[in-house]
Design a protein around this ligand. Structure first.
Ligand SMILES: [Zn+2]
Ligand SMILES: [Zn+2]
Length: 245
């Protein structure tokens, strides 16, 4: 046994791994969440309008024509296990949590892609997976960008099924206060106005983008990033989040 594995086994005996949601001791086959908490995560089955959050039915296009993207959200932030997973992603067990979140997003995404009558997403064969960037200073302080971790895990998870590449061609050029500091959509929209920039246009022009973030609350950040990507020549943009509020 490698020293690293030996250490992990020793640590597991001293501190048995617990479910991040209900704190129950995990079984050998469980990671991060126990079976029952994982089962409490109800998956959504549709895409949404990023302006009014209305569900988009199959073969329908987005209701607000000014929308620059379509919103995909695997689950709801109302669910306790979802909130606990998002929390774990930011504060502990970072990489394994990102992997579990990517698995859940995949379960939501695959039926939508497989359904060829779904005009919004069903006929797309090639995707560029692109995380919502953090400002470099914020990323340094935190040590990682959770959207990047989800995007990387998701790419590896769906790559055997659909053709995907990853890109970091979108950057954040302004360090603004967190969206949590603002409550209205208008304030949040103003806060993220012109914070994004495309660096490598070849990676965006004519591409179908899967724009990844962990949570969408007001959709202001997503809509602004989509606006910039669209202006840079992106084809179809699906903003894909683990949970929406
Ligand atoms: Zn649990
Ligand atoms: Zn709408």
């Amino acid at each position: 046994m490698k020293l690293q594995n030996l250490l992990k086994t020793a640590l597991d005996i001293i501190f048995p791994p617990q479910c991040v949601s209900c704190i129950k001791k995990l079984e050998a086959a469980e990671t991060i969440l126990c079976k029952s908490c994982l089962g409490s995560i109800i998956l959504n089955s549709s895409l949404y309008c990023p302006i009014c959050n209305r569900r988009l039915y199959l073969a329908k296009t987005v209701c607000h024509t000014e929308a620059k993207c379509i919103l995909g959200a695997a689950s709801s932030y109302e669910i306790k296990a979802v909130r606990d997973l998002v929390h774990a992603l930011k504060y502990n067990h970072v990489k394994v949590t990102a992997l579990l979140i990517a698995e859940i997003i995949k379960k939501y995404l695959m039926p939508l892609i497989a359904n060829s009558t779904n005009q919004s997403i069903g006929q797309i064969k090639y995707f560029t997976v692109l995380p919502i960037p953090l400002h470099p200073q914020r990323e340094r302080e935190r040590g990682f960008n959770q959207a990047v971790l989800i995007a990387e895990s998701l790419k590896n998870t769906i790559a055997p099924i659909i053709h995907v590449t990853t890109s970091k061609a979108l950057i954040r050029n302004k360090n603004v206060p967190s969206q949590i500091s603002f409550s209205s959509y208008k304030e949040r929209k103003e806060n993220v106005s012109n914070v994004f920039e495309v660096t490598t246009y070849e990676e965006i022009i004519g591409k179908n983008i899967l724009l990844i973030d962990d949570v969408a609350t007001s959709n202001a950040t997503i809509n602004e990033a989509a606006r910039v990507l669209k202006e840079a020549g992106a084809k179809k943009i699906i903003a894909l989040v683990f949970a929406k509020a």
